[in-house]
Ligand binder design. Structure first.
Ligand SMILES: *Cc1c(COP(=O)(O)O)cnc(C)c1O
Length: 852
């Protein structure tokens, strides 16, 4: 019989074991192996069946067991030691505390998803897991982040595969009472409720859950409250579930509601309201509008408030794929962006922020990434290559400027090593170094024998094989009405075969089925009689993406062939739990996106942390880190005539690498049956590459290059009742209005008959400034190598000097010189850009006038 309602009754833990409750209540256990061992010790079997989640475990373990351990003095002392270690971790000064006062006291981090542990399934893929890793590393470094997201009742979805290979989705409901969450309550004990005014007098209400991620608090807004109608209760039903209006409501809740939740949180806890706001992708962009609305309430105008918000906001773009960017119908957004929702903001001002460059403002889609870039003065992509791609992709927001001047930098993603390093690798570090700190740069002792290292790799492969068989048998049973799994399923995969892994979401650009380009060739690799090779594959397709589901189906059907099914498997329901076993178990991690559409990619980094070698297109992070010792580069066929030819060429290169480079190396064994060259690469990967990939490096970069910079700038514009913001707003308005009157009238050069390297070219430019004064602008010469197609490559920019400062009318004369420092084609031009001490870059206002 099915219950009509389910809820979770929390276990009563005996008083001597109160440390366990405290430890379970902070998600630090998700990356702290010693804490997990403490729980596992009580009952390893229940630990495994409860999904290695302390909260679930305490609910499921036999109370008699708990009583037994409560009477065990040694165990109680162990638990107390772990509790003391947690408390110390939460309070002791860490890296950030050494930075001094010149850093924000609290930073808000907004993301539509957070992947912290599979026990809290509030993520769909890379974006969310990156957010989780960001919080964990921030916690380790003592960075004072408060994070904001939504609590989705059914998370993303749980995937199963029908016998004919079609993806099926289930939406198991999460009970927050059974999760490591607590409800945020006011001083009177009642639950905090956030409300958003909706059109026609309606309101959307939300409660707020708090998760503790080490030192970081994560606030999750949840609309499943009695104050809402059924419709509104389901706003936070699923991650990336509905389209249009449903998604818009989620994003309004995240952005506007999130800032309101932070206000309540600061008041309840007596902590500071955040000084810097970080948007992880554009979904949370409405937070800027809520903040503008509040600043207007304090006496600023819209444009002045915009300056403050821009100064204090960091925006990270994550995708060059248009489908990854939220675009809403303008009329829909217009219906919601009213003064009921955002007091004091004129709807037209808010709407203008989302207009796509070049589009008709009256009909343009409302683009969340474009709004994010207009609301944030500090923006970045997530790898060097992706920074470059983003500067081109969004360049039209700064018309007239070359891509290299577009103010979008890059911070390459990292992965949280304590989360993603297998305990077997940690144990090895502990043995050889006496510490299990995987971020210790040179933990891998050269004295460590190849055979020992190889044995650890094999152990992780065995783990993967066993996990895969378990998953496939469970999947078979559920797909065949409980029938026992056939015998061959117990034989899939071989712990000694060369194991190639591929797992990721299944948007088309990731090309799940590239390996099937030449099925016969793949078949030959999989059935090599001497040198066993196997593929382990996983991935979820977005529920609305039938194209993605067809790709999965093709792969599953290929893998069902009796002669192949023990050598290639598709594991259903890819999540963080599977990932933790999958990456370490692979020898080779495959990634074959269409370059340059993979912004960074992080699974290959996690694989490298566990000694897997990467086999990848030169995209995202791999374009920065690829070296012969770390794996293989699949050459991109960038010049292919069309997509089909490109796929064919790249797939052929992939097969070549597997057949001629990878298989021979893996099977080249010494007398101990160890592939010495391979282990050499594995060693380099662990010792030299892995330490570069940590999320701590990434978070330090965000702090040093973006958060602190944003903070300094915020202090500048907000000091003296926001004098800087007022000045900057007035300057912007004045310069914008006067700009059509600015022109470069004439440029003359000193004329060198036969220019040689080292010669100096004197320049004089006459510039008409209209109503602007020379203090408002900078006149520059832009020079450099010039090729046949008449662009200046790697331009140098240098200011020219005003020479007729006293003349108050007519064009102004500017002079300067350029040194010809290189032989070959050379070109130069003169341009005028706005100048103000509070502007962060020449391109910031998108105004430039170039000599004609
Ligand atoms: C790391 C990870 C991802 C993201 O991997 P990409 O290489 O960026 O595609 C997706 N899902 C899970 C479960 C992961 O652990």
């Amino acid at each position: 019989m099915k219950p009509i309602r389910k809820f979770t009754v929390r276990a009563v833990v005996p008083a001597p074991l109160s440390a366990l409750e405290e430890l379970a209540g902070n998600l630090r256990w998700s990356w702290h192996e010693p804490t997990r061992r403490l729980f596992e010790h009580i009952d390893p079997e229940t630990w495994a069946t409860s999904g290695r989640d302390p909260v679930a475990f305490l609910g499921e373990v036999d109370p008699a067991k708990l009583e037994e351990f409560a009477a065990d003095e040694q165990y109680v002392a162990w638990a107390e030691r772990e509790r003391a270690a947690l408390r110390e971790y939460l309070t002791e000064p860490r890296w950030y505390q050494s930075l001094g006062d010149d850093a924000p006291r609290v930073i808000a981090y907004f993301s539509p998803e957070f992947g912290i542990t599979e026990a809290l399934p509030q993520y769909s893929g890379g974006l969310g897991i990156l957010a989780g890793d960001h919080l964990k590393a921030a916690s380790d470094l003592g960075v004072p982040i408060v994070a904001v997201g939504l609590f989705y009742k059914a998370g993303y979805f749980s995937q199963s595969i029908s016998p004919d290979g079609w993806q099926q989705e289930r939406y198991p409901v999460q009970d927050p009472d059974g999760l490591p969450l607590s409800l945020v309550r006011g001083p009177d004990g009642s639950a905090v409720q956030i409300t958003l005014g909706l059109p026609a007098g309606g309101a959307l209400a939300a409660r707020v859950w708090r998760a503790r991620v080490g030192r970081v608090d994560l606030l999750l807004l949840d609309t499943d409250v009695p104050a809402n109608s059924d419709d509104l209760r389901s706003v936070t039903d699923r991650l990336y579930g509905g389209g249009g209006e449903h998604r818009l409501l989620q994003e309004l809740l995240l952005g506007v509601g999130g800032v309101r939740a932070l206000r309540a949180w600061a008041e309840i806890t007596g902590t500071s309201f955040p000084g810097v706001f970080h948007m992880n992708e554009g979904h949370a962009g409405f937070l800027g509008l809520e903040r503008i609305s509040a600043f207007i309430g304090e006496g600023l105008s819209f444009v002045e408030a915009l300056q403050v918000v821009r100064a204090s906001t960091v925006f990270t773009t994550h995708t060059p794929v248009p489908a990854g960017i939220d675009r809403f119908d303008r009329a829909l957004v217009e219906r919601y962006l009213t003064e009921t929702l955002l007091p004091a903001i004129k709807p037209a001002d808010a709407l203008a922020l989302g207009v796509e460059p070049g589009a008709d403002p009256a009909t343009s889609a409302f683009n969340m990434a474009v709004m994010g870039l207009r609301l944030a003065q500090h923006a970045n992509g997530v790898s060097k290559l992706h920074g470059d791609v983003s500067r081109r992709m969004f360049g039209s927001l700064w018309p007239g400027f070359d891509a290299d001047e577009v103010p979008i930098t890059s911070v390459t993603n990292g992965v949280h090593a304590p989360t993603w390093t297998d305990p077997a690798v940690l144990a090895l570090a502990e043995e050889t170094l006496g510490t299990a700190d995987p971020e210790h740069a040179d933990w891998l002792s050269p004295a460590l024998e190849n055979a020992s290292l190889w044995a650890v790799k094999r152990r992780m492969r065995v783990q993967l094989v066993e996990d895969a068989r378990r998953r496939l048998e469970a999947s078979w049973t559920s797909q065949h009405s409980g029938a026992a799994a056939p015998e061959w399923l117990g034989r899939v995969l071989d712990p000694d075969a060369l194991t190639i892994g591929f797992a990721r979401r299944v948007p088309t650009y990731k090309r799940l089925t590239l390996m099937l380009q030449d099925p016969e060739r793949l078949k030959a690799i999989l059935t090599d009689p001497e040198r066993p090779v196997q593929f382990v594959i996983a991935g979820k397709s977005h529920p609305a993406d039938d194209e993605g589901k067809r790709l999965i189906q093709r792969l599953v059907q290929f893998a069902q062939q009796p002669e192949l099914r023990e050598r290639i498997v598709f594991l259903p329901d890819y999540d963080m739990g599977m990932a933790a076993t999958l990456y370490p178990g692979c020898d080779v991690w495959l990634n074959n996106p269409l370059r340059p559409l993979e912004a960074c990619g992080t699974s290959g980094m996690k694989a490298a942390l566990n000694g897997a070698l990467n086999l990848s297109i030169l995209d995202g992070w791999w374009a920065e880190f690829a070296e012969e010792d770390y794996g293989w580069v699949i050459p991109s066929a960038d010049r292919a005539g069309d997509a089909a030819e490109r796929d064919a060429l790249e797939a052929a290169a992939l097969y070549d690498l597997i057949e001629h480079r990878i298989m021979p190396k893996f099977f080249d064994r010494d007398s101990d049956d160890v592939p010495a060259d391979w282990v050499g690469m594995l060693r380099s990967t662990l010792a030299n590459l892995a330490p570069e990939l940590g999320a701590d490096r990434m978070v330090r970069e965000y702090v040093d290059r973006l958060y602190r910079h944003a903070w300094r700038h915020t202090v500048e514009v907000t000091a003296d009742l926001a004098r800087g913001a007022r000045e900057l707003a007035a300057f912007t308005a004045r310069v914008r209005a006067a700009w059509p009157g600015v022109s470069v009238v004439h440029v003359e050069s000193g004329g060198i008959d036969t220019p040689h390297v080292g010669d100096e070219l004197r320049l004089r430019a006459l510039v008409e400034l209209g109503s602007l004064s020379p203090d408002d602008v900078q006149v520059e010469v832009v020079s450099g190598r010039s090729t046949a197609d008449e662009v200046i490559v790697d331009p140098q920019r240098e200011a020219l000097e005003l020479v007729n400062a006293k003349d108050a009318t007519g064009p102004r004369a500017y002079e300067g010189a350029v040194t010809l420092d290189r032989a070959g084609g050379f070109g130069y031009t003169v341009r005028v850009v706005p100048k103000h001490p509070l502007l962060q870059s020449a391109a910031e206002l998108g105004l430039v006038t170039v000599a004609q």
